[in-house]
Design a protein around this ligand. Sequence first.
Ligand SMILES: Cc1cc2nc3c(=O)[nH]c(=O)nc-3n(C[C@H](O)[C@H](O)[C@H](O)COP(=O)(O)O)c2cc1C
Length: 437
Amino acid sequence: MFHMGWFVGSGFSVQSWRGTWGGSGAREWMKPDLYVDMARSLERACFDYMIFEDGLMIPDAYQGNMQAYLKYNMESPRHDPTALIGILGQATSRIGLIPTLSTSFYPPFMAARMLATLDHLTDGRVGGNLVTSSSHRAAQNFGYEKHFEHDLRYRMADEWIDLVGRLWESWEPGAVVFDEETGTFADHTKVHTVDFEGEFFRCRGPLNAVPGPQGRPVICQAGGSPAGREFAARNADTVICVPLGVEAMKAYRDDMSARLIANGRKPSDCKVLYLVRPVLGATDDEAREKRRRIQAAQRTDDAIATQLAVMSYFSGLDFSQFDLDKPLPDLTGQVNGHQSSMSRYAKDSEDGKTLRELAATHETTVSLELVGTPDTVAALMGEAMEEVGGDGFLISNELDRRGIAEIADGLAPALKRRGLIRESYTHEYFRDNLLEF
Ligand SMILES: Cc1cc2nc3c(=O)[nH]c(=O)nc-3n(C[C@H](O)[C@H](O)[C@H](O)COP(=O)(O)O)c2cc1C
């Protein structure tokens, strides 16, 4: 069996409002309703978790201004996903809920308290997707001139999670006694200062919130660079990634297993999930036709501009400066943003593709091509996991109610029929379900 998650790739933002199936709710994107429906559907499908991407600025990397990002609502707006998690927790009872948090800018004390609070509100089902953020613009929203250098960010993240972990442990188990006879809420001998003096952070502690049912919420990690993977090997319960094709997926899992062992952990301690965007139809032909339409739509000028803006955002380089009809120049060493994304662009352009071709065909969010009926796709997913030895998939499809139903009520039942995913949840808490197999 493997695990399933859904990556809400545009975060708590406007979803599919120009698509055919956006519905009237698309204009009420700042309300929780779509996500509540989604969380309930995915819980019916027995998904492990839902994860919300996040960012902390409106980019202007493409053409040096915010036009593309605001016009096409890309990477913006971003409402705070942590607020949404509390509401989704009320509407569901088993699915794991993961907001993204930046270790570079979220103060450790605030993050520890917020996740502890959400862990209570969700009855032990919260996680944190820890990212280091990649753009100077985000840094400038927090008073810095520019963002910290790539590997330094991960050193900071290491110290950040160390401190956050200590804050979660600053209340011993049994510290809350609730003894009505003596009128005692908490036993003060079981609550301790942390007196943390690090290279980047200092904190006295203890946490002024009671740690949640899980104690330590599930930690998720997405950075694919060597420094990112090391951070995950030390700290993460789940890793989300986009290696291209079965061979690369297997290499990623093997590399993570080796790193986990080197850090004194078992490979099964951290679940590696791969991003996919299944294209589903009632017949294989219908799904192929849908895929053909999606690919054709990627070739319009608008779509190419959108893709270049995404690439600019990820890399921090303005892709409007390069000739669309020539191959991408060698950009090694010029990037302080997402290094793993940049290696993907470089790899995709190895065969002399022009930038236009690259932008029209590049898929930032797919490890594996999955096109067909739910049953065809379920079989492909099963075969891939068999070969890869990975732990599951993360759906990153466009978000509207029809798309959610295709996955929750089409694909998930097909996966269940094949015995590939769980039929019901065994445990109450998120981490226990995640680590069950
Ligand atoms: C599947 C996936 C999801 C990600 N989600 C976010 C996110 O929500 N917010 C963010 O700032 N970065 C996100 N990232 C970026 C990574 O967390 C990381 O910052 C980036 O990949 C740069 O690190 P790297 O050089 O180690 O790859 C994501 C990356 C991947 C592969």
